[in-house]
Ligand binder design. Structure first.
Ligand code: SAH
Ligand code: SF4
Length: 415
């Protein structure tokens, strides 16, 4: 079923071939999800509408897709009934397929999703008292292979398309029942908005912390995030979206300029030796370069601080000295920063253990005492293996020896 022609990864440190990202549908219809309004208008024009009608219809359809979440053209009541079959013959309104949905005892939900060409990836929803965070994926697998991360052990990698990325949010809204209800006969029908307010929503925040390195799939991630922020559609605020990167330095400024969401950086270590081991990308872009890129990140301020993620690995990166060095680095680069301490979530064959609770508390205290916020992230959904970064289909378990071999191969590729 898959028509995967190999192409090279957009990340230039990464010589692994990536399967091509778009496999056309066999029925020839085009999935509208993930296409900008302008592109939808072009497709309508190519299919025979005059320019003005194409533009108007594209505007209406876009609103139905992203603001109302409809999955059937027949529900588009301000579009003439006679046009519904015209649309349905040429286009589809896609969603990633749900292979499996799980719910943890703490309310965390996890979905195993499948692309139309048969690749699996995951998404997690984490409800809290004051917010609901959806953790979404940017790639199937990841080419980077951080040593503590299970996603990095996956061999199959493919960039997700804008439709597959934004599709995760659409699917979450479907599952949570969060599309506005009621009539909509016209685009500016004020009545339609009644009974629906952004405040009451469960899904309030998006983090790109699922599978993949978002800055190695820059264009698709940018297009998808812009779509999520579009005021006519999902209308999520950039302040409620966070992009997490392992430190793809050359793409960070563009991320700030062209996307403008909050930045999280997976730092995890404060010395070259340890970070080279834990996050092999460090051999390409070192800590100093990374922190300089952080201090230049457009939009970072005391009101919008950069989050440094720091996974707590017993005996590797968790000493008081490490904590003091972390403080020193943040101060030296004058970074408006907070630190997020993440208890390591072990997986079969992982070469690390999580730091003891006392150690984590002490590490956090050292940073707090220096005036920098350093909360410890509470593990969520552990009974369903849902921790961010833990995303991997259990069907793909590998032996320790296989993992070591894969790791060695990727190290070699990094040079
Ligand atoms: N590739 C990006 C975004 C996805 S990883 C990045 O690396 O930032 C998102 C987060 O999941 C990272 O901060 C990573 O530290 C965390 N993570 C991965 N594996 C983990 C594990 N086993 N336990 C705890 N956190 C993990
Ligand atoms: Fe990839 Fe992020 Fe996992 Fe590293 S931590 S392997 S960059 S997903």
């Amino acid at each position: 079923m898959t028509a995967t022609h190999l192409m090279h990864s957009p990340g230039h440190i990464d010589p692994l071939p990536l399967p091509r990202q778009i496999t056309p549908r066999e029925d020839g219809r085009v999935d509208l999800i993930g296409l900008p309004r302008q592109r939808i208008a072009e497709l309508f024009a190519e299919a025979g509408l005059d320019a003005k009608a194409a533009k108007l219809r594209a505007k209406q359809v876009f609103h139905w897709l992203y603001h109302r979440g409809v999955t059937d053209f027949k529900a588009m009541t301000d579009i003439a009934k006679t046009m519904h079959p015209w649309l349905a013959e040429r286009f589809v309104i896609g969603r990633p397929e749900i292979v499996e949905a799980q719910q943890s005892t703490d309310g965390t939900r996890k979905w195993l999703l499948r692309t139309a060409d048969g690749h699996d990836f995951e998404m997690v929803f984490i409800p809290d008292a004051d917010r609901g965070t959806l953790c979404i994926s940017s790639q199937v697998g990841c080419t980077l292979n951080c040593r503590f991360c299970r996603t990095g052990t996956m061999q199959l990698v493919r960039n997700l398309t804008p439709g597959e990325i934004v599709g995760q949010v659409m699917l979450a809204r479907d599952a949570l029942g969060e599309w506005p209800k009621g009539r909509m006969d016209g685009l500016d029908d004020a009545e339609d908005e009644g009974g629906y307010s952004a405040d009451g929503r469960l899904l309030t925040n998006i983090v790109m912390m699922g599978m993949g390195e978002p800055l190695y799939n820059f264009d698709n991630v940018r297009d998808a995030l812009r779509m999520m922020m579009d005021g006519d559609g999902l209308a999520l605020s950039k302040r409620r979206i966070t992009l997490s990167t392992s430190g793809v330095v050359p793409m960070m400024a563009r991320a700030g300029e062209e996307i403008g969401v909050n930045l999280a950086v997976s730092l995890h270590a404060v010395s070259k030796k340890v970070r080279d081991e834990i996050v092999p990308l460090n051999r390409k872009y070192g800590i100093e370069e990374l922190l300089e890129a952080c201090s230049a990140y457009p939009g970072a301020s005391n009101a919008r601080r950069i989050t440094f993620e720091y996974v707590m690995l017993k005996g590797r990166n968790d000493s008081d000295e490490d904590a003091r060095e972390l403080v020193r680095l943040i101060k030296r680069y004058k970074l408006p920063a907070k630190v997020n301490l993440i208890p390591f979530n072990p997986w079969p064959g992982a070469p690390y253990e999580c730091s003891d609770e006392d150690r984590v508390r002490r590490f956090s205290k050292v940073i707090f005492e220096a005036g920098i916020s350093a909360p410890v992230r509470t593990p969520r959904g552990r009974d369903i293996d849902a921790a961010c970064g833990q995303l991997k289909t259990s069907a793909e378990k590998k032996s320790r020896a296989e993992l070591e071999r894969l790791w060695a191969e990727k190290q070699q590729a990094l040079g």
